[in-house]
Design a protein around this ligand. Structure first.
Ligand code: GFB
Length: 327
């Protein structure tokens, strides 16, 4: 069990995952945080990162700072995705080791697994086949992060654990129409169609790929659980163990938003990986399973979306590029 009074650094606390981690950690009794906004600390800069670790020496680190995005952002900004992610994680891991962080959690992604991996995907399928081309640079960076954690553990005796979340959604997500992940993109598109009384919504691809979705509060809970109870180098999948087609997701979101028009598919847009369902038996055997159903999670997320006045009116003052974990 982690000591609730020790100093915790959540890298990326402005983003969807980092902010969920801070909320969950507070709920679990942690009260000693060091948090830095991206404008205050650029983790791609090794000198700034070293100085931060030297000055503050955090005890526990959650590495949720990353450049993330949906299929379009990954495909359009491949150099940014590989370089920013490699730089952030290289700096944080090196200085976490050097300044004796007691335990660190690294967030990977389900896209590290081979595109045609058998389903559901077990942890041992890592590095057994070719990756999905639309997000290969991001996946290679995340794989480098996993191998870095394992290597630091082997050579320097650190306690760096790596988790592989499935597709996430929830408060503080990125709702940019181009760069976001599918769930927030669809929530916004159906919401605006409803506001503008459109009778038709057009989504990308065929609607037939299958995806697994997890509410970010469940992810944060699983991360806290693993920080308390897991001390090994082997990666751990985090998901619900259930998937649906993108077409079914669109119907679910239309239902939550109250949209009753026609749903069409633009097959000139990419489908990406045909299926991505994680095998979560390792996590279940350790004693954790998810609690927020997809339908409840989408309802909660839509309520949060509506609480932002500009969003509710269909206006976005600050659409961001594909960077929502707050590096
Ligand atoms: O969340 P998403 O962009 O990424 O979902 P991935 C892509 C799937 O949703 C494709 C369909 O099958 C798209 O054709 N889709 C339909 C849409 N309409 C839309 C839309 O308006 N926006 C988006 N974004 N998709 C990501 C990786 O893969 O998964 C990341 O690119 C990361 O690296 C993340 O690993 C978890 O699930 O395909």
């Amino acid at each position: 069990m982690l000591d609730r009074h020790r100093l915790v650094y959540v890298a990326g606390h402005e983003g969807m995952v980092g902010s969920a981690l801070v909320r969950k950690l507070r709920q679990k009794g942690f009260n000693n945080f060091i948090l830095r906004k991206r404008a205050e600390l650029d983790l791609t800069d090794s000198v700034q990162t070293r100085d931060f670790f030297r000055e503050h020496s955090p005890d526990y680190v959650y590495l949720a700072a990353a450049q993330v995005g949906g299929i379009y952002a990954n495909n359009t900004y491949p150099a940014d995705f590989i370089w920013n992610n490699l730089s952030i994680q290289s700096n944080v891991l090196k200085y976490a080791m050097e300044f004796k962080v007691r335990k660190l959690l690294f967030l990977g992604s389900s896209c590290i697994y081979p595109r045609m991996a058998p389903q559901p995907i077990k942890e041992e399928y890592l590095l057994t086949g070719l990756l999905e081309p639309t997000n290969e640079p991001y996946a290679i960076a995340k794989i480098a992060g996993i191998i870095s954690c394992q290597s630091f553990n082997r050579q320097y005796g650190t306690n760096f654990i790596s988790v592989m979340p499935t597709n996430l959604y929830g408060p503080n997500d990125n709702y940019d129409q181009l760069n976001a992940h599918v769930l927030p993109s669809l929530l916004r598109r159906f919401h605006e169609a409803q506001l503008q009384k459109q009778d038709k919504v057009v989504n990308w691809g065929s609607g037939s790929p299958r995806r697994e979705f997890l509410h970010v509060d469940d992810l944060a809970d699983a991360c806290c659980f693993l920080m308390d109870h897991y001390d090994q180098s082997g990666i751990v999948n985090i998901g619900s163990g259930q998937d649906i087609t993108i077409g079914e997701l669109a119907e679910l979101i239309a239902d939550v938003v109250g949209f009753r028009g026609i749903i069409e598919w633009d097959r000139t847009k990419p489908d990406g990986t045909p299926r991505k369902l994680l095998d979560v038996s390792k996590l279940t055997a350790l004693g954790w399973s998810y609690s927020i159903s997809l339908e409840d999670g989408i309802r909660m997320t839509y309520e949060d979306f509506l609480r932002q006045p500009a969003r509710a009116r269909g206006m976005f003052a600050h659409d961001r590029s594909g960077d929502n974990q707050g590096a």
